[in-house]
Design a protein around this ligand. Structure first.
Ligand SMILES: Nc1ncnc2c1ncn2[C@@H]1O[C@H](COP(=O)(O)OP(=O)(O)OP(=O)(O)O)[C@@H](O)[C@H]1O
Ligand SMILES: [Mg+2]
Length: 230
């Protein structure tokens, strides 16, 4: 049984290897990590060190070669794709490096979508919440825009608003401030920590942003697929 103080994510000896033209490539090697509920963790390291791969494994979007990941006390490795999706549903928010917005939906509709999929929220309330979140990321004047009419940084902010729509227990974000100028980046960081404080959302953030890493409870550094212990 999961109790309040148990880690929300427990990673043990996680390895990810893929086959490539020259043989086998090790992307992650023996990664062990606990994430406490309500904490904020920055995953840092050079390009190609395995950060995005680790994030995908923690969120149950990808399969490990060996080792284990427990999310909310449930072992992910034994679960089917559908079981993992239902475990994530509403409880997990994502912001990917590619924003993966729905091209045929407006910004407002993109943010509202997870609430509609989850059910239980009236259309009026979903619309209100989507407007409020888009306002918080500085896009009040862009709610009717389709993704292709938005700049990269604007799309990134829509993706963040969408990730927070269901008040997720955990937010996984890959470079959430990567395409933003300093001022907008700060507003996005503030929003993430506001969600952390107001709703106890656990933040797991891949970032090159020193200011963002500094505001997290702790940083985990990857080097060539391994955690570097200082
Ligand atoms: N499916 C795959 N097949 C082969 N190689 C892969 C695969 N996925 C990732 N890699 C390789 O694994 C390494 C780690 O990739 P990953 O995307 O996790 O890096 P990253 O730390 O997120 O880098 P960045 O900061 O540039 O986003 C890279 O060298 C990448 O080329
Ligand atoms: Mg990456």
């Amino acid at each position: 049984m999961q109790t309040n103080n148990d880690p929300i994510i427990e990673v043990r000896s996680l390895c990810k290897r893929v086959k490539d033209a020259t043989g086998e490539l090790t992307i992650l090697e023996d990664v062990t990590l606990d994430v406490s509920p309500g904490s904020s963790v920055a995953i840092v390291g050079a390009s190609g060190s395995g950060k995005s791969t680790l994030l995908g494994l923690l969120a149950g979007l990808d399969n490990a070669t060996s080792g284990s990941v427990r999310l909310f006390g449930r072992e992910l490795t034994g679960l089917s794709e559908d079981e993992r999706a239902s475990l994530r549903s509403g409880a997990v928010g994502f912001v990917f490096q590619s924003f993966q917005l729905m091209p045929h939906l407006t910004a407002l509709e993109n943010v509202r979508l997870p609430l509609e999929l989850q059910g239980g929220t009236s259309e009026h309330e979903a619309t209100q919440r989507a407007h409020a979140l888009l306002g918080q990321v500085g896009l009040a004047a862009r709610t009717g825009h389709y993704p292709k009419l938005l700049s990269g940084g604007e799309q990134q902010r829509v993706a963040l608003a969408r990730a927070f729509a269901t008040h997720p227990v955990v937010l996984f974000a890959d470079e959430p401030t990567g395409s933003l100028d300093a001022a907008t980046g700060r507003a996005v960081i503030d929003l993430m920590f506001e969600m952390n404080a107001a709703h106890g959302a656990t933040l797991v953030l891949v970032t090159h942003d020193i200011e963002l890493a500094r505001r997290c409870t702790r940083s985990v550094t990857l080097d060539a697929g391994r955690i570097v212990h200082p």
